[in-house]
Design a protein around this ligand. Structure first.
Ligand code: FMN
Length: 305
């Protein structure tokens, strides 16, 4: 049996559903020595802001059972350096490169979208709406449906023909309400989910393990939460969903496709093994063959409840 692992997303075709998650795969280039970047379904770059940022003070990473906490805090080279020095060295002709946007108010998000939409080699814009909106006194865009919708609209207006993906936060009471608002605002796809808020302390030093005290929990610990969110969102909206959260083997990829995801992203697993995303992409067709799945379209959302 020959299997077809390719998937279609608005405006692009992926050779397989395995992408890398923003912030866990650098700008892609750093991982080129661990595998062929062309073998991946897509690469989502580290979150970009208009200006370079140094991020939060150290320590900003802490290990936890089955996962990790991070409070990197927007560290990135800035959009100009990305477009000038990083993007031209990525195989964007063969593997879609997705820019992840990080800003603190709607105008800045829209401006960033304008700059990135003009760039050849950027296949889509992924909007991280988990950043606190300083202008509105610290309310996160991703926690308020009205704000999520307005922000999506503002980005979409400046995105030209580039698809806009909105990345949802699980730190909400009702993720479906935010998903619906983003789709109404014009989102072409939803990425589901970002990290869960968490904390870790040291009883000997009596200090929090992160200088920022609170951080984002990721890794296998959050997989059941991600699966639940993807399942709920897939049932509620017709836009494609890109799943992320604790995925660390080809079996995990199929779990998310079974509940309705079109594609997936590998995050923290890249820190467990730097060649993890490549290995998962390579293993998937053999697993599909083993399970008698000819193509992912047929398998997607075929869960029986
Ligand atoms: C160190 C680190 C940095 C991250 N940076 C970003 C980022 O810049 N933008 C973003 O949207 N998500 C960021 N994330 C979230 C991941 O892309 C992903 O949504 C999350 O880690 C859950 O997936 P995982 O459990 O597979 O890691 C980051 C995660 C980690 C661990």
């Amino acid at each position: 049996m020959s299997v077809d692992a390719s998937v279609r997303l608005p405006g692009m075709e992926l050779k397989n559903p395995v992408m890398t998650a923003s912030g866990t795969f650098g700008y892609g280039l750093e991982f080129a020595r661990y595998g062929d970047l062309r073998s991946l379904g897509g690469i989502v770059a580290k979150g970009l802001s208009l200006k370079p940022r140094a991020g939060n003070p150290m320590p900003r990473i802490a290990e936890t059972p089955c996962g990790m906490l991070n409070a990197i805090g927007l560290q990135n080279c800035g959009v100009e350096v990305f477009l000038r020095d990083k993007l031209p060295r990525l195989p964007y002709d063969e593997t879609p490169i997705i820019a992840n946007l990080y800003a603190c108010d709607a105008d800045e998000f829209a401006e960033l979208a304008g700059v990135l939409s003009a760039a050849e080699g950027v296949a889509a814009l992924e909007v991280n709406i988990s950043c606190p909106n300083v202008k509105a006194g610290g309310i996160a865009f991703g926690q308020d449906p009205a704000m999520a919708g307005k922000l999506t609209e503002a980005v979409k207006k400046r995105a030209g023909d580039k698809p806009v993906w909105v990345k949802l936060s699980p730190n909400v009471t009702d993720i479906v309400a935010i998903a619906r608002a983003a789709v109404l605002g014009g989102a072409d796809a939803l990425t589901c989910i970002n990290t869960l808020t968490g904390m870790s302390v040291d009883i000997r030093t009596r200090k929090p393990r992160l200088a920022n005290v609170i951080g984002g929990l990721s890794g296998p610990a959050i997989k059941p939460v991600a699966l639940r969110c993807v399942w709920q969102v897939c049932r509620a909206v017709s836009a494609p969903v890109i799943a992320v959260g604790g995925i660390s083997c080809a079996e995990d990829v199929l779990e998310f496709i079974l509940v309705g995801a079109h594609a997936v992203q590998i995050g923290t697993a890249n820190f467990m093994r730097p060649d993890m995303a490549f290995r998962i992409a390579e293993r998937l067709p053999a697993l599909m063959e083993e399970l008698g799945i000819e193509n992912l379209e047929e398998y997607r959302c075929s869960i029986q409840v």
